[in-house]
Ligand binder design. Structure first.
Ligand SMILES: Cc1cc2nc3c(=O)[nH]c(=O)nc-3n(C[C@H](O)[C@H](O)[C@H](O)COP(=O)(O)OP(=O)(O)OC[C@H]3O[C@@H](n4cnc5c(N)ncnc54)[C@H](O)[C@@H]3O)c2cc1C
Length: 283
């Protein structure tokens, strides 16, 4: 059966976009998630509102406290912009998304709102404790990313609301960044499990650590007990081995076409040791 074509509008500015959204339109940015979902039949919006070229969503602004990243900037644009050099973890993660063609179309805002447990951009946003800046006809509001994401493919986005930008607070000191994604093949991989980390090391020991795991729980997971238990430990895999069961116990993986829950849990543990190995290696 042929599906009906879905009408689309291209508003000239944010005000016009918000008026269309208030009438029930669905935002479309790069379309790399939404158009796939429409084709599969899991999404069937009454009409699409193209937000990918709205100037208000394409701002990249350095402030005294951090970097404001417009939601409609593509992964490729963010990778190429000098301002993102202050966030190596963001670049490490974005460089693994899809392929050059997907990175040229897909946006950070789209990755966020899709709210996939396997969303790679989300791992960086959780590590950076990003704040989501939302706008609607009623005004602006801001939520921490971990509050904005409410479950697999569920967010706090209200009808008529757009993600305008992500705010990334600057980090103190110079943490080491790590991102490793395990999939079923080398390229165009949807993560079976992933681990991102920011680790502050002083005198060969962990001074502070942030960890974020993808694809092993309904949302990206920050295993806080493991983060705390790492403080003071030498950066050697042997010194972290007892934390593997703690990390595995924090995960809540599912079994699906790509991997079993048991395999995902094991991989999460192995990724913690891979992190220790990477940190132990002289730069
Ligand atoms: C072949 C392929 C490979 C992929 N590989 C990866 C990968 O390795 N890692 C990964 O994480 N993802 C991957 N993806 C998924 C996808 O590319 C990313 O999630 C991308 O960042 C989505 O952004 P988009 O601009 O295309 O979103 P769209 O498809 O345009 O929109 C996605 C959702 O976000 C909403 N939305 C978009 N912008 C806004 C906004 N500003 N405010 C409110 N709502 C908004 C839309 O309504 C929709 O619900 C892949 C996709 C494909 C097709």
């Amino acid at each position: 059966m042929r599906r009906r074509p879905i009408p689309a509008v291209k508003p000239a500015d944010l005000g016009e976009a918000l008026r269309y959204l208030a009438e029930g339109g669905k935002p479309l940015a790069g379309g790399t998630d939404l158009l796939v979902a429409i084709r599969k039949g899991t999404e069937n919006p009454p009409f699409l509102v193209y937000v990918g070229e709205l100037p208000e969503l394409r701002v990249l602004r350095e402030t005294a406290e951090g970097l404001e990243v417009g939601a409609a900037l593509t992964h490729a644009e963010l990778l190429a912009h000098p301002a993102t050099a202050r966030f190596p973890i963001l670049r490490q993660v974005l460089a693994t998304i899809g392929s050059p063609a997907i990175r040229a179309m897909g946006t950070l805002g789209g990755n966020l709102v899709t709210a996939s447990p396997a969303g790679d951009g989300l791992v960086a946003l959780y590590l950076l404790e990003a704040r989501v800046r939302l706008v609607s006809a009623a005004g602006e509001r801001e939520l921490p990313v971990a509050e904005f994401i409410q479950g697999p493919r569920q967010t706090a986005l209200r009808p008529g609301e757009l993600v305008r930008a992500l705010f990334l607070p600057y980090l103190e000191g110079q943490p080491l960044s790590f991102f490793r994604k395990v999939g079923r093949r080398q390229a165009l991989v949807i993560a079976v499990a992933s681990l991102g980390a920011l680790v502050w090391v002083e005198g060969g020991r962990v001074a502070q650590a942030r960890l974020a795991l993808g694809s092993v729980a309904p949302t990206v997971l920050r295993p806080r007990e493991v983060e705390q238990a790492l403080v003071g430990r030498p950066v050697r895999p042997e010194a972290w081995a007892d934390l593997v069961p703690l990390l595995c116990a924090a995960t809540q993986p599912i079994s699906d076409l790509r991997a079993s829950a048991e395999y995902r849990r094991k991989v999460a543990g192995r990724l913690l040791l891979a992190l220790a190995q990477a940190l132990a290696r002289p730069a």
